[in-house]
Design a binder for this molecule. Structure first.
Ligand SMILES: Cc1cc2nc3c(=O)[nH]c(=O)nc-3n(C[C@H](O)[C@H](O)[C@H](O)COP(=O)(O)OP(=O)(O)OC[C@H]3O[C@@H](n4cnc5c(N)ncnc54)[C@H](O)[C@@H]3O)c2cc1C
Length: 783
């Protein structure tokens, strides 16, 4: 194994990192695991290599000074404890005792993590390099990679200033240069450097290395000891991208001139938390670049554009405290072929090439660094780089007062305001939003009448060719290529039997198929097909931009469609799972009878240039039927009542299809089998499952559930809600959790226990169910 470094190790961003090591604060299991593994690795390094790391377990205190943040930290505390992090809520007085220099009069609470602390990033890097060398890795400094060798879609090596090097795998971990380096291989890595600041004071009496790290996001700052004085680090809410045009290739151990004018007001606020810093001398005001990504999550994994080309970059100011875990994940992924942690949120293939455009990076990065210390309310809208992708009927939805949110870059209608009401998301809060009742009305209209929902952001692919059916059968766990004019819900599995995708395949005719996946799975699904189809006569075309998708759903949806088409829409002529071209005005529309909301319903795939006309026709014909527009909030509440899964939210690449409760969609006996079949059989042979996805409904109609609330069985934590919403028909908040048990999980097992869901300090009784609580026998879908 070879590590090539352009200049000297740490010469990019690492040399000036503050070295904070926080395991608290993430509501992602993967991120928390990456942090914990990193801690564990760094704490072993000195003994293993003899190289000091500067690791100090001095503890970390996180301050909550606003009610919303207090609520957030209380909820996060419960989840983080479940992930193995020791967290104590402490009073302002206890904060003052542990951190006498801090002003605490406005502090609501502190959250103390005794095992957190800090390291010296340069020493850690040297220890990692030494450990790697001891295990046979060659580390060469002063040799930049200048290009890549490739053969038939696979990377085969790198070009360097000293000649070519063959390699079976290449990992681009070039920090803020990763995007430019990726371009040389045709790989899009949309990250961008931004200015990042800290300030060092002269020595202060009473400050020494035992002082816990203090973070006060409300003041944009963190504080730790440095040289007997303090380091004050900043995460300002509006930040500044650096060198959108490209990072200079010779930028080493570099500093940027601080922008005092821009930073002045933020700095004042940061200093006011520790008033002594307003009097003491400043030794240094430091500004250095760090790279940020469009969604503040790292860019990890195999590039969709090039096989065996891995990326580990875009670390969003937590590269020291997650670096060890990310390294482990990439190594394991390369060795085993599939990752062993949920990578749906960090996988490079969630991102799109347009996000690497200069305008996108320049615009989005203004927001990203500030989000690190923002209070993480549910429903926080993204403010920057909006309007990047518009549905063909966007203007019509705007006229209907849609409140839009960013859906993989698309403007997705989240909910609709009634006439006279501004479609504004309003104040961020953990309580019921001002649009709660509008959301409820859209939900009920779907259950009782008919709604129209724009889903044009869904990923759509045409799959054609003599082998298209055979190849789709090979990668699909369900039987997808039997009858033409039929849609099939299926999962794609890897050899381990865990989930790669969850989508629908529609057979149009023997050589033509239509594959629809969710927006977040767009590139993953496409890459999975391309890589698995190999040289066969099966060809994938991304037709997402060519079709608008309008879903017409609800018990009166048949009436509505019958009013706009001459096609016979009766249940006999057009049963559930039928796909057929229908006429609507001048348009030929692919109409598929399927639902993700749990009612009679249809998906209309309309040529983009005819979408407005079809939409107008639907709205006109829908008026006498009471047609409503419904948004993505309604989609979430409706599908959650029906316990329909959402890949990347409640199911992911670590779940087997059986654990996910999707065994009904697996055609184990279909001719020719499918990828992952042996793993499914092996799991079946082991007997009843002790890990299963379970639906939970709170008995109390008041509380709201969002994500990661823990679920307990007879007082013992058994899992956490991977996603949740409000069930307006069921009459309470509802969510899905993966439950682990030491005995088979059956409905009897669930019924025999008291189940509760923990929201911050409160615990709420809940019903647990393996079958969907709404319409378990799917009668309404078949109407
Ligand atoms: C002010 C500040 C404070 C921070 N504080 C913290 C903190 O407290 N905790 C924390 O976890 N994180 C912190 N960070 C973030 C952390 O420093 C980064 O996330 C981390 O250093 C990124 O590591 P990296 O290896 O991805 O990038 P880098 O350290 O930049 O490493 C990339 C390397 O790739 C090399 N390279 C580039 N191009 C080529 C090429 N063509 N060929 C060969 N080599 C190449 C570069 O020379 C460089 O050495 C902070 C960042 C800043 C700016």
């Amino acid at each position: 194994m070879l590590l090539l470094e352009r200049d000297r190790l740490t010469s990019g961003t690492t040399w000036h990192a503050a070295g904070l090591m926080a395991t608290f604060g993430s509501t992602s299991q993967t991120s928390t695991e990456l942090r914990r593994y990193t801690w564990d690795l760094y704490s072993r390094l000195e003994a293993e290599t003899g190289q000091a790391t500067g690791l100090k377990q001095c503890g970390l205190i996180e301050l909550a000074t606003e009610p919303g943040r207090l609520e957030e930290y209380r909820r996060t505390t419960v989840f983080n404890r479940h992930c193995g992090v020791e967290v104590h809520e402490i009073s302002p007085r206890e904060v003052a005792e542990m951190w006498p220099l801090a002003k605490t009069d406005d502090v609501l609470a502190g959250f103390y993590i005794p095992a957190d602390g800090r390291v010296n990033p340069v020493d850690v890097t040297m220890a990692l390099a030494k450990g790697a060398r001891m295990r046979g890795v060659t580390v060469i400094e002063g040799v930049p990679v200048t290009g890549f060798l490739r053969e038939r879609g696979t990377v085969t090596g790198v070009r360097t200033t000293h000649g070519d090097v063959e390699a079976e795998y290449v990992v681009n971990c070039a920090g803020m240069w990763a995007r430019q380096l990726g371009e040389l291989a045709g790989v899009s890595i949309p990250l961008q450097a931004a200015e990042h600041y800290y300030l060092l004071t002269e020595p202060i009496e009473g400050v020494d290395g035992s002082l816990p790290v203090l973070e006060d996001p409300g003041s944009y700052g963190y504080y730790r000891e440095e040289g007997g004085g303090l380091m004050l680090g900043l995460f300002e809410p509006v930040c500044a991208p650096w060198r959108v045009d490209g990072i200079p290739p010779d930028f080493s151990f570099g500093e940027l001139p601080p922008d005092w004018d821009r930073m002045g007001p933020y700095l004042e606020k940061t200093m006011s938390r520790v008033p002594v810093t307003e009097q003491i001398g400043i030794r240094k005001f430091f500004c250095g670049p760090e790279s940020f990504t469009p969604d503040l999550l790292p860019i990890v994994g195999e590039a969709p554009e090039l096989r065996n080309y891995f990326v580990a970059a875009g670390l969003n100011s937590i590269g020291i405290l997650t670096g060890g875990g990310i390294g482990r994940t990439v190594a394991q992924w390369i060795i085993d072929g599939t990752p062993d942690v949920d990578v749906t949120g960090i996988n490079i293939d969630r991102l799109h090439p347009y996000q690497a455009n200069p305008q996108y990076r320049a615009t989005r990065t203004v927001e990203s660094l500030g989000l690190v210390f923002a209070a993480h309310y549910p429903n926080r809208p993204t403010r920057t780089a909006r309007g990047a992708r518009l549905s063909p009927i966007h203007a019509r939805l705007e006229a209907q007062r849609a409140c839009f949110r960013d859906v993989s870059g698309w403007e997705g209608a989240d909910w609709y305001a009634p006439p006279g009401v501004d479609p504004d998301p309003g104040e961020l809060s953990w309580g019921r939003p001002h649009w709660f009742d509008y959301w409820a009305a859209e939900h009920h209209a779907t259950r009782n009448g008919v709604i129209l929902m724009d889903m044009s952001f869904m990923a759509k692919f045409g799959v054609q060719g003599r082998d298209a059916g055979r190849e789709l059968e090979r990668i699909s766990a369900n039987q997808v290529a039997a009858e033409p004019g039929r849609i099939t819900y299926t999962q794609w599995l890897n050899e381990r039997g865990t989930l790669e995708a969850d989508l629908t395949v529609t057979k149009l005719d023997d050589e033509q198929f239509f594959v629809v996946a969710s927006d977040t799975a767009h590139r993953h699904a496409e890459t999975w097909m391309r890589r698995n189809f190999g040289d066969s006569h099966a060809f994938v075309t991304d037709v997402t931009s060519g079709y608008a998708q309008i879903n017409v759903q609800g018990p009166r949806s048949r009436e509505l469609l019958a009013a706009v088409t001459s096609t016979d829409m009766s249940n006999e002529a057009f049963p559930f799972r039928t796909a057929r071209y229908i006429d609507v005005g001048y348009a030929r529309v692919l109409c598929i009878r399927i639902t993700y909301l749990g009612e009679l319903g249809y998906e209309l795939h309309i040529p983009a240039e005819q979408a407005v006309a079809v939409y107008d026709r639907l709205v006109e014909a829908g008026e006498p039927l009471g047609l409503r527009h419904a948004g993505l909030k309604a989609l979430a509440s409706l599908r959650m009542e029906k316990a329909y899964r959402d890949y990347g939210h409640d199911i992911d690449n670590t779940d087997s299809v059986l654990e996910a409760g999707l065994g009904f969609a697996v055609a184990l006996d279909k001719p020719g089998g499918f990828i992952g079949r042996e793993a499914v059989l092996a799991q079946k042979a082991k007997g009843p499952l002790t890990r299963r996805l379970v639906q939970f409904l709170l008995a109390d109609p008041e509380p709201l559930l969002f994500h990661v609330e823990t679920v307990s069985r007879n007082g013992q934590v058994a899992g956490y809600l991977r996603s949740a919403s409000y069930g307006f028909t069921l009459g309470g908040a509802v969510g899905l959790a993966m439950i682990d048990a030491d005995e088979p999980i059956t409905q009897k097992y669930l019924d025999a226990a008291q189940w509760t869901v923990q929201i911050g300090a409160e615990s709420y009784p809940a019903t647990a169910s393996l079958r969907p609580l709404y319409d378990p026998s799917s009668k309404r879908v078949q109407l």
